[in-house]
Design a protein around this ligand. Structure first.
Ligand code: ATP
Length: 351
């Protein structure tokens, strides 16, 4: 990637026979926040640890601002990489005050020349009044904010965050996430953040790298991954999908729920159509598949409707529709189900 501050080029990391990261390449531009997203065990943390210098790559290259940190010729030791970290199990030093914790990673020279750095960072997180307190006197959210500015204090070019919000309870998480992004953006720092939570990646990232089995499946903006997934794995990773078999007939993909434009599959090719619950439309009559409403769950901003061909049949196949607001459909009601063409994805058989 031209002009990337952090560059990975064909990075591979193995633990014995286990190839945790397999030829991973992507770049993070100056000031950009990229989320490394994927299911448990896909290699996200290993990638971060390799960038930090805590795992040795078997192949490929890692560079920051054009300086090679690791390749076949050698490796720069972690403290000399100019990278800040905030890992999941971040721990403040219990015997140091908040201010001493924040100053911890700064060099002696930085402390002498970058005067006021610690105070201004603590002000930025509104904890200036706790500078002399010890970590055990702070709430979990406050400790997390201190750990974040501790990572920023030495003015690193790149900051790595590993599941930084996962240890916090849900009520704190959203607020702290927003504040963390604001602090990182204000600092203008280049960020790579690991998460397994697709919603977290969608709301925080400028771009997402979705990983599977040590490889990047798709890299792009949140909208690109959500609205134009490259495969069924990517589509399903961002939320439940309905799956329908399709047949290709010239310019049309035919499904039980209606036709879609053929994006270029050969006649007769087996295809699968994936459609999110908000991509199904329900009507009293007209085109579409005949189904009946099996259940309706009101969830505040929307209602989730379970649909089936025959509610009474054992193990019958279900489809899910999500309609805005309070749905006016009753259980057992016959409905016609069709697809919103703009919200359906067509894929060939898995490669
Ligand atoms: P999670 O979200 O669960 O943390 P992850 O995507 O971060 O998962 P990694 O921790 O990078 O995944 O692990 C990738 C693979 O490498 C896994 O199969 C894991 O078991 C394996 N692995 C990681 N660290 C080691 C190690 N030190 N020794 C052996 N295998 C390891």
């Amino acid at each position: 990637m031209v002009g990337a501050v952090l560059e990975l080029d064909g990075l591979s990391v193995a633990f014995g026979a286990k190839r945790a990261v397999r030829g991973l390449s992507f770049g993070v531009a100056e000031g950009e926040l990229v989320c490394l997203l994927g299911p448990s065990g896909c290699g996200k943390t290993t990638t971060l640890r390799a960038i930090a210098g805590l795992e040795r790559p078997d192949g490929g290259r890692i560079a920051v601002a054009g300086r090679v940190l690791a390749d076949a010729d050698g490796s720069v030791p972690p403290p000399e990489r100019g990278i800040g970290f905030l890992f999941q199990d971040f721990a403040l030093f219990p015997h140091l005050t908040v201010a001493q914790n924040v100053a911890y990673g700064m060099t002696r020279r930085q402390r002498a020349t970058d005067t006021g750095r610690v105070e201004s960072l603590l002000e930025r997180i509104r904890l200036g009044h706790l500078a002399g307190s010890y970590p055990h006197m702070l709430s979990g959210g406050e400790q997390q904010r201190v750990a974040l500015v501790r990572a920023l204090a030495p003015r690193p070019r790149v900051v790595l965050l590993d599941e930084p919000f996962s240890s916090l309870d849900a009520s704190l998480r959203a607020g702290l996430r927003e504040e963390t992004v604001r602090i990182l953006k204000d600092a203008g720092v280049t960020v790579l953040m690991v998460t397994h939570d697709p919603e977290e990646a969608l709301v925080t990232a400028d771009r997402i790298v979705l990983m599977r089995d040590g490889r990047a499946v798709q890299t792009g903006t949140p909208d690109q991954l959500y609205s134009a997934p490259v495969d069924a794995f990517t589509a399903a990773f961002f939320g439940a999908v309905n799956r329908l078999p399709g047949t290709v007939e010239g310019g049309t993909i035919r499904t039980e729920f209606g036709g879609l434009a053929n994006p270029g599959f050969d006649d007769g090719a087996p295809v699968e159509v994936l459609v999110r619950p908000d991509g199904l439309s329900l009507a009293a009559d007209g085109p579409g598949a005949e189904m009946e409403v099996c259940s309706v769950h009101f969830a505040g901003a929307s209602s989730l409707i379970r649909l089936g061909r025959d509610r009474a049949a054992p193990n019958h196949e279900h489809f899910h529709a999500r309609l805005p607001g309070l749905a006016r459909h009753g259980v057992g009601e016959p409905v016609r189900v069709s697809i919103d063409r703009d919200r359906a994805f067509v894929f060939g058989p898995p490669r």
